[in-house]
Design a protein around this ligand. Structure first.
Ligand SMILES: [Zn+2]
Length: 127
């Protein structure tokens, strides 16, 4: 699912300054250890691939994919103009989608919210 509503909320909240249109350090290299830590502590039912690239209409998305190379997996994609903090924020949001993928209730369901809470606690080092 593409998080257009999330983009709208972010823009309304004035977060556009965290955009980094000039580019910067390799965001994927920064986020990959974060993702691996999440996969270790809160494994999704499939491997999660991380792609950082230019997105036109959202900060990020999570989708269920199947490729010849990787087999079935979750693809988490994050806009390459995100600063590190926003990248972590979006990764947490999208990883929660992977965790709650099979739960009923729609995109940002209560199940997604519980998954997001667990991801948040994991990233913040809370029990
Ligand atoms: Zn979402």
């Amino acid at each position: 699912m593409r998080d257009k509503s999330w983009t709208a909320v972010s823009r309304r909240a004035g977060y556009m300054e965290i955009y980094r249109p000039e580019g910067g350090p390799d965001l994927r290299a920064t986020l990959l250890p974060v993702l691996r830590g999440l996969e270790e502590g809160l494994p999704a039912r499939l491997p999660v691939r991380l792609v950082v690239r230019r997105l036109r209409d959202c900060w990020g998305f999570c989708d269920l994919r199947r490729t010849r190379r990787d087999g079935p997996h979750f693809l988490v994609c994050i806009d390459d103009r995100s600063c590190e903090a926003m990248g972590r924020h979006t990764l947490a949001h999208e990883y929660a989608h992977a965790l709650a993928w099979d739960e009923p209730g729609g995109t940002h369901s209560d199940a997604w919210g519980r998954a997001y809470a667990a991801v948040y606690r994991a990233l913040e080092g809370e029990e």
